[in-house]
Write a protein that binds this ligand. Structure first.
Ligand code: F6R
Length: 261
């Protein structure tokens, strides 16, 4: 695991975007796992600028969403399929039908989850997975107590997550769906490289528990400790509770020139 501490949310976005650019240059047909929520937004903007400048292209790449709310109507602005189109994929050059998400409005959600796993497998698996982290330590929508080997399935959101996400629903927590479908922790751990972005002091506790705490299903993001290739990009505020922050800074600043993120 590599922890990169940056001076601001914008610098975190720039660092994370450089990881995506590197992965895309190495493999133009990259299968990218995409997160919604606020954390990756600046990074998505940075990537859109890179596409506009012809520095990179997503034309051969595919994207798979991490999760989706259950029960929101097809054109609901906070449906994650709609959110990712609005905040990222429409601004870059993915081909037609290259962006996929789990079907949160299926009559048979269990089957929709199985199908989503098959779609990811048929694409050859996710090469680079972008992640945020919840204040309760969730990744995807794998809330505390999620099995560390779980696959895509239905989950119930904690009240902490519904309260945190109420800002997307006119601050009305009752409008935040209770249920979601999410890639499991096992699904996430199958990706080749995990890139987690967290900014702001409200994420500091979750980051410290995920990076330096014990491996436990009570902090789903601690499962990243099991993965051989994880990059965690945080700003100073989200790094506040990391007891080895100086070591992470020193490691990053003394990286050999041949070693990329
Ligand atoms: C979103 C997702 C969630 C978010 C997390 C943080 O697709 O899977 O795990 O990454 O809830 O959300 P923000 O970034 O809005 O703080």
């Amino acid at each position: 695991m590599e922890v990169v501490i940056t001076e601001s949310p914008r610098a975190a976005a720039a660092t994370a975007a450089s990881v995506v650019r590197g992965a895309l240059r190495a493999d133009p047909s990259l299968v990218l796992g995409v997160a919604t929520g606020s954390s990756p937004l600046l990074m998505y903007q940075d990537l859109a600028v890179s596409v506009e400048r012809n520095e990179i292209s997503f034309s051969q790449a595919r994207a798979f969403l991490l999760d989706e709310y259950v029960g929101l109507e097809a054109d609901h602005p906070e449906r994650y399929g709609v959110f990712i189109e609005r905040s990222f994929t429409r601004h870059v050059d993915f081909g037609r039908s290259a962006v996929f998400g789990p079907d949160g409005s299926s009559d048979d959600l269990a089957d929709a989850c199985r199908q989503y796993e098959s779609m990811i497998a048929s694409a050859g698996g996710i090469g680079l997975q972008i992640l945020g982290i919840g204040v309760d330590g969730h990744i995807g929508f794998n809330e505390p107590m999620s099995s560390l080997s779980s696959r895509t399935r239905l989950k119930t959101l904690t009240m902490a997550t519904r309260v945190a996400n109420a800002r997307f629903f006119s601050d009305n927590v009752d409008a935040v769906p209770r249920h979601v479908v999410t890639q499991g922790i096992g699904t996430i751990l199958d990706a080749g490289h995990l890139l987690l972005i967290a900014t702001g002091g409200n994420k500091a506790e979750a980051i410290a528990r995920a990076v330096e705490g014990p491996l436990t299903s009570m902090v789903p993001a601690s499962a990243l400790q099991l993965h051989p290739r994880v990059t965690i990009v945080v700003d100073e505020s989200a790094a506040e509770h990391l007891s080895y922050a100086d070591y992470y800074r020193e490691t990053f600043n003394s990286k050999p020139t041949w070693q990329t993120l």
